[in-house]
Design a binder for this molecule. Structure first.
Ligand code: ATP
Ligand code: ZN
Length: 466
């Protein structure tokens, strides 16, 4: 068995050979925490969450780094607009991102480094790049000299002579307009850090080269991100890291976008749907099914209809799981997934084909139930659970057990009918003047955290202060 992955750098699917047998190191470009996450952001991480789960299933030890870009032009602009510190904006949104990832059942990364925690590493990297003739300081900025690095633009396969690299505000003193800023000179009212070239702050690209080096060493297996990052961000990461002396990433994997009318869902385009809004309308597990099951290299055009289809497809799977559990109790996941599922996943994470195996197995399981063949139904459920576990979609997984609490109104109905049963018994005890039983029932409800009030309409319950 060999896992194959589409490597953007090679423009083809390649057999995956880890640098260190049995281990996989992955670096994924994470969020710029300037606003709350939209479903496109979460799709990106979800694709890599499934990749990570598949490597783990295949017996690899996975080290997964996802950074947080907590300093950036847009964060500073928001801070000025809202008259709040830049770090308050960053931290608030970092939490919103983590809540979004968690709501959709994504596993936390092994490490989650923040850019601002790694300024010394960035300064060290710039110093060596300057010493080696790949970078220079000008007007308090530090630029990478793109002509000094022959491998520049190999990932995106562009010609340097045709390249337009827009300069940011205050980026003066460039030797070549295509040189990019690794470090930006201090501007009034902005956060700054001291460096040998003056006060300033990191540009976006430098942090990833520096943090990948720190947490994964000079070479690692897979670098990921959305398609939009290939140029300039990933080209610039490669230039910095390789000119520094690192071998850097061996495979480049890029996820496609969630789109709206064909455009990338994006905060700046104003066409984004926030995760926090979506989870009010849709069960998080259904959202995960919707965003996680198309192939990671296919665009997802946002549509309510497709969401409803995802909801009913997932309901077919969940219905089968529930029916078997009702008949046979909890069935543990099988140790192995069916071979057709594994084959699909090995082939560049072919989740749509793998999902087809889940649905086929569910149909077989339903037939077994209809034929009253409990043993076969149980065996199919064990397989289904093993497959769903890899996709992070097992409804019996403890992660989803609390799902009801997000949907308080459903749970409220259930609790209400249970409490009513106890209150009816209490009323009956009172009617027969059995005060001891009536008080005991009330005490039990109180101990469960419920407050009971007697009103002219009969007893009412509410949750106690906690
Ligand atoms: N619509 C989308 N679909 C899939 N992935 C996305 C989408 N938007 C952003 N991503 C990915 O999410 C990760 C974090 O993105 P980042 O915080 O840099 O946002 P961004 O691309 O600036 O988003 P926006 O355009 O909304 O400002 C990156 O890997 C990026 O490629
Ligand atoms: Zn990056």
């Amino acid at each position: 068995m060999t896992i194959r992955l589409y490597d953007t750098s090679a423009r083809q699917i390649r057999d995956f050979t880890p640098l260190k047998p049995g281990c996989v190191s992955i670096y994924l470009c994470g969020a710029t925490v300037q606003a709350a996450p939209h479903i496109g952001h979460v799709r990106s991480y979800l694709n890599f969450d499934i990749m990570r789960r598949w490597f783990t299933y295949r017996g690899y030890e996975v080290t997964f780094i996802r950074n947080v870009t907590d300093i950036d032009d847009k964060i500073i602009a928001k801070a000025h607009e809202q008259n709040r510190p830049w770090w308050a904006i960053g931290y608030e949104n970092e939490r919103a991102f983590n809540e979004g990832y968690h709501a959709l059942g994504c596993l936390p990364p092994t490490y989650e480094p923040r850019a601002t925690g790694h300024v010394p590493e960035m300064v060290e990297m710039m110093q060596r790049l300057i010493d080696r003739g790949h970078a220079y300081a000008a007007d308090g900025n530090v630029y990478f000299d793109v002509r000094s690095f022959p491998g520049y633009l190999q990932l995106s396969r562009q010609e340097l002579d045709n390249l337009l690299q827009p300069s940011g505000e205050g980026e003066t003193g460039k030797r070549d307009p295509r040189d990019f800023a690794m470090w930006k000179a201090a501007k009034p009212g902005e956060p700054t850090w001291p460096t040998p070239w003056g006060e300033g702050r990191p540009g976006w690209h430098l942090e990833c080269s520096a943090m990948a080096h720190k947490y994964l060493g000079s070479a690692f297996d897979i670098h990921g991100g959305g398609l939009d990052l290939i140029f300039p961000h990933h080209e610039n990461e490669i230039a910095q890291a390789k000119a520094y002396g690192d071998d850097f990433a061996q495979y480049w994997v890029h996820n496609a976008w969630v789109t709206m009318a064909g455009d990338k869902m994006s905060k700046s385009l104003g066409n984004s749907v926030l995760v926090s809004e979506m989870v009010k309308q849709w069960r998080p597990i259904v959202l995960r099914y919707y965003l996680g099951t198309p192939h990671y290299r296919s665009m997802i055009e946002y549509s309510e209809e497709a969401l409803r289809e995802a909801e009913s497809a997932f309901a077919r799977i969940e219905g089968f799981v529930q029916r078997v559990v009702e008949k046979a109790g909890i069935v543990e996941p099988a140790a192995q997934v069916p071979p057709a599922f594994a084959e699909a996943m090995d082939d560049d994470l072919g989740v749509p084909q793998a999902l087809a195996v889940v649905h086929t197995t569910v149909r077989q399981g339903n037939s077994a139930l209809a034929a009253d063949d409990k043993e076969a139904a149980v065996a199919r459920l064990a397989e289904v659970r093993a497959m769903l576990g890899v996709l992070g979609l097992d409804p019996l997984d403890e992660h989803w057990a609390g799902e009801g609490s997000e949907r308080g109104e459903d749970l409220h109905g259930v609790v209400d009918s249970l409490v009513r049963m106890v209150l009816d018994q209490r009323e009956a005890a009172r009617a027969r003047k059995d005060w001891a039983t009536a008080d005991a029932l009330r005490d039990q409800l109180n101990q469960s955290g419920l407050v009971i009030e007697d009103s002219p309409q009969g007893p009412r319950w509410s949750l106690g202060a906690g």
